[in-house]
Design a protein around this ligand. Structure first.
Ligand code: SAH
Length: 453
């Protein structure tokens, strides 16, 4: 097998980046723009020892699960990887992915899976969008999304995953830049001003936040832009984020309030949340509610429990659980998120939740050693890389009755479950929940119970 060879293959799986995976001549090939079930002709682009990359040249037989993607830039944009797959097929793929990770990596022969919780419709579900602002190939000012694996901007002001109002916001930002000759940021040499426009919409409250990321101290004539943006019904918060670093991190740490307040509010269930630009907040609020209800069910609270919520963000799960527990403690890295969590507790009149800022791997072992903290239930919701071993170890030593593991990466989830199963726990239930329709990402809630000894 060598570059430019033509191969024929059946796509059997998707890679973690959403590339179709099939086999030809004993090699595994990754083929972009294919879906599971396609029979494809492809041209080899690059060969490694045991695998290669190939480009789709012809669909010999389209998969029965293939559909026409509703978004015109689905193929170029790096945001959605599997829009060309029907939604039921996406859900089957995710369910299977969770099961196979738990089997292969977690060593759980027959994972106790519940059916995946899918969305009613996998569009318009994101409450947050971050649009890079720059120049397109013709040199026109534009906003959109990065093409997969690159930083060239695909023009797209109405992403079908996001809120409809984003288009109007971006139009106002771009026309403001045109009018006052404000340059977009140029990654190559660090020149120019406007880097990104970030938006957030409270789906329950209708409140809207706009945060413009600038490579500098101010945005010329920002008052005029605020007047225009403030006409949008629901607009509550307009801020500047200062980011002068040469980095892929979108938001800078420092913010300037331009108009309104520096946060918006939203509700999950009965709990009201304040969200500031720098805080993490679940991007799919409708599914989040279903996810948290599942986590609450798994936590099995009666009102007498002490619960630790690790990686708690702005306290969303903590406050959701506090209504049914005796006491909840949350731990989170980002200090602003902890401030939001405390404000959120007060806002909801919740007095039995306390929050600590710091890395879980520092805070938890230390508090266990110094204060002998204990828990009936521990909830963890770590970022994709999962939990540090010191966190898992301390959890096991705290011996809670139940652990509820909320995960956005089935592979690290399976690794961590394997550790906990070796330390006195058993996996009782697994429920995949689709938070990110049309992408390959997959969320999951797992209930672990202490094995009696
Ligand atoms: N449970 C929350 C947030 C989950 S996202 C919710 O449902 O909204 C994961 C969170 O972990 C983020 O808020 C991130 O800031 C935080 N985080 C990442 N690494 C961390 C660490 N080492 N220690 C503590 N928090 C961390």
């Amino acid at each position: 097998m060598k570059k430019d060879d033509i191969i024929t293959l059946t796509i059997e799986d998707l890679s973690s980046e959403g590339l179709g995976v099939g086999r030809a001549d004993g090699f595994t090939f990754f083929v972009k723009d294919t879906v599971i079930g396609d029979v494809a002709e492809a041209k080899v682009m690059k060969m490694k020892k045991t695998y290669g990359y190939a480009r789709l040249t012809r669909l010999l037989a389209p998969s029965p699960d293939r559909i026409e993607p509703p978004c015109p830039v689905a193929r170029q944009c790096g945001g959605c990887q599997i829009q060309a797959m029907s939604y039921p097929a996406q859900l089957r793929f995710k369910e299977k992915k969770v099961r196979s990770c738990l089997q292969r990596i977690g060593g759980i022969a027959d994972p106790p899976m519940e059916p995946i919780i899918g969305m009613d419709t996998p569009f318009r579900y994101r409450n947050k969008a971050q649009f890079p602002v720059g120049r397109d190939r013709e040199g026109r000012l534009t906003a959109g999304f990065y093409a997969g694996r690159t930083h060239s901007i695909i023009s797209c002001r109405d992403c079908l995953l996001g809120a409809e109002v984003n288009e109007r916001i971006l139009d106002l930002v771009l026309s403001h830049m045109e009018k006052y000759h404000i340059a977009s940021y140029n990654e190559a040499d660090g020149s120019g001003l406007v880097r990104h426009a970030m938006t957030r919409v409270g789906f329950c409250t209708g409140q809207i936040m706009v945060c413009i990321v600038v490579n500098g101290r101010q945005l010329p004539h920002s008052e005029a832009l605020c007047v225009a943006l403030a006409e949008i019904p629901g607009m509550r918060s307009i801020t500047l984020s200062h980011n002068t670093e040469k980095t892929n991190v979108i938001l800078g740490r420092e913010l300037t309030l331009l108009w309104g307040s520096d946060f918006i509010e939203d509700m999950i269930g009965d709990v009201r949340f304040c969200i500031s630009p720098l805080s993490f907040y679940q991007v799919n609020p409708r599914q989040t509610q279903k996810l948290y209800e599942k986590a609450l069910e798994y936590a099995g609270l009666t009102g007498r429990e002490t619960v630790w919520d690790l990686y708690c963000g702005i306290g969303t799960i903590s406050l959701f659980l506090a209504q049914k527990a005796r006491q909840v403690y949350g731990v989170e890295l980002v200090p602003e998120a902890i401030r939001d969590a405390q404000r959120n507790a007060a806002l909801n009149g919740i007095a039995n939740a306390e929050f600590y800022a710091g890395r879980v791997e520092d805070v938890l072992p230390q508090k266990y050693a110094d204060e002998g903290i204990r828990a009936d239930v521990i909830v963890v919701d770590p970022p994709r890389k999962g939990c540090e071993e010191s966190v898992l170890e301390t959890m096991a030593r705290m011996r809670p009755q139940r652990i509820v593991y909320v995960s956005c990466d089935p592979a690290t989830l399976a690794r961590d479950l394997k550790y906990l199963c070796g330390r006195g726990y058993e996996v009782k239930k697994v429920c995949p929940t689709d938070m990110f329709g049309n992408s390959v990402h997959c969320e999951c809630v797992v209930l672990l119970s202490r094995v009696e000894d």
